[in-house]
Write a protein that binds this ligand. Structure first.
Ligand code: ATP
Ligand code: MG
Ligand code: MG
Length: 350
């Protein structure tokens, strides 16, 4: 069988590897860290940094297609890999989602709504942005943020200087605070021939900036769920995308506002592992391997709960619960705020 190269060795890379091997593929993970979740299950692990051109060359030559589990792949590494092997999803999807300004510009270009925003590089920009966007608002680093890291909230204009200082000189974007009734996300997939399929939207609740639970079905009207899926389809087609993509949305009285997109399998799609015959990981592997997409229709109601840090203490009890499917990532150190695993609580489809 063919070998699928995966950039990044975290839990998403691990679950992609499992899905790939179930379809008869071999997987090869590129990850600078040693004892990483994906290295425990992948066939090969290239342990090297993204500026090691020799390791990148060997990796690119050893695999038949390259995909990734995180969006912050350095451009230089991408240049080198693209010359050796097809990278799916494509470069444009990656560069757009690497930078919140690019992302918002793209979403507006294709007619989707985003929160009011303005770029902030200097303290002067910051004051202009607060005057324009207002408060409450959130200042976010343009690149590299995840799990709510690299963000500072402004209750009022008086918080502007402190929020700016919290960016430590990084380019940022000020976003108006969206007074949402809830958050939902759509996990969409597009095959190499343009076939598009989306999973049912899930409803997301965050705790301390980190995803806590995803519930399907989402408690929003059917028409909104359809809107959300159509938006995901529009994004996938506009990017000529191949693979799985996560779209995070705010539900407001004025309709849906896109928060951000992720060019990869997504934490809010983990419910599909026990709610669908074909989950997001298999769907992604199918797409990047050039296969047709599978049937991702939902056959159960599911509540996905992340196991973060000390939540691991609940595992013995959870393992005895017949309604719970456990997914653990094999991480040794349960540090505060670290995603250690998740559970899917299953009930009959309503
Ligand atoms: P991740 O990539 O892990 O989802 P992130 O660090 O990129 O997280 P965001 O998704 O931008 O962070 O924000 C995290 C959460 O903070 C959102 O899911 C939402 O609950 C809240 N939030 C972010 N931006 C806004 C906004 N403009 N208005 C209201 N709430 C927001
Ligand atoms: Mg994000
Ligand atoms: Mg987010």
């Amino acid at each position: 069988g063919a070998t699928i190269g995966i950039l990044g060795g975290g839990q998403l890379g691990r679950m992609l590897s499992v899905a790939a091997s179930r379809l008869g593929f071999k997987t090869c993970v590129f990850e600078p860290g040693g004892d990483c979740p994906a290295s425990h299950v992948a066939n090969y692990h290239f342990q090297a940094s993204y500026d090691d051109t020799e390791a990148l060359r060997k990796f690119g030559e050893a695999v038949d297609v390259i995909t990734y589990e995180f969006e912050n792949i350095p451009t230089s590494a991408l240049d080198q890999l693209e010359a050796l092997c097809e990278v799916r999803p494509n470069r444009r999807a990656l560069t757009i989602s690497q930078d919140r300004m690019n992302e918002k510009a793209f979403l507006q270009e294709i007619g989707l709504n985003v929160a009011p925003f303005m770029a902030v590089d200097t303290l002067e920009d910051m004051h202009k942005a607060v005057a324009e966007v207002g408060a409450p608002s959130i200042l976010k680093t343009r690149t590299l943020g995840y799990d709510g890291k690299g963000q500072a909230r402004l209750r009022d204009a008086g918080d502007a200087d402190a929020a700016f200082a919290a960016m430590n000189g990084a380019s940022a974007v000020l976003e108006g605070f969206v007074d949402f009734s809830c958050e939902i996300s759509v996990i969409g997939a597009r095959a190499a021939d343009g076939q598009v399929a989306c999973f049912d939207p899930g409803e997301n609740v965050h705790r301390d900036g980190i995803l806590d639970t995803t519930t399907v079905p989402a408690s929003v009207p059917a028409a909104l769920r359809t809107d959300a899926v159509l938006m995901a389809g529009r994004i996938l087609n506009a990017l000529d995308y191949v693979g799985v993509l996560g779209v995070e949305l705010f539900v407001t009285p004025a309709g849906l506002i896109v928060n951000e997109i992720a060019p990869r399998v997504h934490n809010s799609g983990h419910w599909t592992q026990n709610g669908c015959v074909i989950d997001q990981f298999e769907q992604h592997i199918r797409a990047v391997a050039g296969w047709p997409l599978g049937d991702g229709s939902r056959h159960a109601d599911v509540v996905m709960e992340n196991l973060i840090g000390a939540d691991m203490d609940k595992v013995p009890e959870l393992s005895a619960d017949p309604a719970v499917a456990l997914h653990l990532y094999g991480k040794a150190d349960a540090k505060t705020g670290r995603k250690m695993g998740h559970i899917n609580r299953i009930s009959p489809k309503t």
